[in-house]
Design a protein around this ligand. Structure first.
Ligand SMILES: C[S@@+](CC[C@H](N)C(=O)[O-])C[C@H]1O[C@@H](n2cnc3c(N)ncnc32)[C@H](O)[C@@H]1O
Length: 326
């Protein structure tokens, strides 16, 4: 891996990129969310600016001075493009940050740019606007949908990824890099208890009512879990999977703990989660990134890392980041 020369993580949240790329130096993160910033700061020593990315902010410090960095990662809000949102796309007020970033790309021309968003971004007018800027500024770019399940990771999270640069980079050829199943990432009863996660069970009437609609997994299932969204813990359906809990001889369905969701996204156990109710952490994690895919995408940068997460072990348990990282 060459010198990264400085990485700017825009819409950084809890730091999916910083975590997936512990070798990167000189990383700066920007996001508006203070809760996310607190989690990020508990995990990384990198600078984190809590501010709103908009047309004004890109023209003045501190953001204007950070935009000179050669590598940018952008994970702008997905609500303008999701089924749950109103699909106002480019006109949505939550696309303001992306609109500002496109102006910044025109102006600052970073050497390398990576963008992640929900799969439906691919059909959006915002993507058309992004492509227009890249083409006007002479970028080479490639884009595709990638899902951690195609890498052998037991979670589904199909997302749109784009990588752009002043030169072209290696094409994507996803292949299994991991051999994990869900059961390997589930916490033991004693781990759950020591994390205070004693209340994850769905009430029996809820389990019964949604019996056929819940995305369910158990020790015998080889299917990857569903995509965990920011609504997990708030909405029952289409927000993530449920695990068969057969402790106490009374089988039932329980939610995955925040630590388990973090593992399913590829975060190592050394990653500090926010204290307090699980709902905060489910929300922050649901907005974050799939680290095995992020790492794979980053490996396509000329100065990027190796494609496999450095703390991965065959068992998926007891992960440790490399010594000295973060
Ligand atoms: C899809 S999430 C990205 C999360 C991040 N990649 C992670 O690993 O946690 C989008 C993030 O954009 C932030 N955000 C939304 N609009 C923003 C704006 N105009 N300026 C700064 N941050 C913004 C949200 O707070 C949220 O953390």
């Amino acid at each position: 891996m060459g010198d990264t020369g400085g990485v700017l993580e825009l819409f950084a949240g809890i730091g999916g990129v910083a975590c997936a790329w512990p070798e990167a130096e000189n990383v700066v993160a920007v996001d508006i969310n203070r809760q996310a910033a607190a989690v990020y700061r508990a995990n990384f020593r990198h600078r984190y600016e809590v501010l709103t990315i908009d047309e004004g902010a890109i023209e003045r410090p501190p953001l204007s001075s950070l935009l000179t960095r050669p590598t940018w990662w952008l994970s702008p809000p997905c609500q303008p493009y999701t089924q749950r949102g109103k699909q106002r796309d480019w006109l949505d007020r939550r696309a303001e940050g992306l609109r500002a970033c496109l102006r910044a790309i025109e102006h600052y021309r970073p050497a390398w740019l990576v963008l992640e968003n929900v799969a439906s971004f691919r059909q959006s007018h915002s993507r058309y606007q992004l492509q227009s800027v890249l083409e006007r500024r002479g970028y080479h770019y490639q884009e595709t949908l990638l899902c951690p399940a195609e890498f052998g990771w037991p979670n589904r999270r199909p997302r749109y990824y784009l990588i752009a640069g002043q030169a072209s980079c290696r094409p994507w050829r996803p292949k299994p890099l991991y051999h994990l199943d869900v059961g390997q990432l589930v916490q033991s009863p004693s781990e759950l208890a020591s994390d205070g996660m004693t209340d994850l069970r769905l009430p029996e009437d809820v389990s019964h009512r949604y019996r056929d609609a819940l995305d369910r997994c158990g020790p015998a299932s080889l299917r990857p879990t569903a995509c965990f969204t920011a609504a997990y813990g708030k909405t029952i359906l289409n927000a993530g999977s449920y695990w068969l809990d057969d402790r106490s001889g009374r089988p039932g369905w329980r939610r995955f703990s925040p630590r388990e969701v973090a593992r399913l996204l590829g975060f190592p156990d050394t990653f500090h989660l926010a204290p307090g109710t699980p709902r905060t952490m489910w929300k922050l994690l649901g907005n974050s990134l799939s680290l095995p895919v992020v790492r794979y995408v980053l490996s396509h940068l000329p100065h990027g890392p190796e494609p496999i997460l450095p703390w991965h072990s065959a068992t998926g348990r007891r992960w440790r980041p490399p010594a000295g990282a973060w």
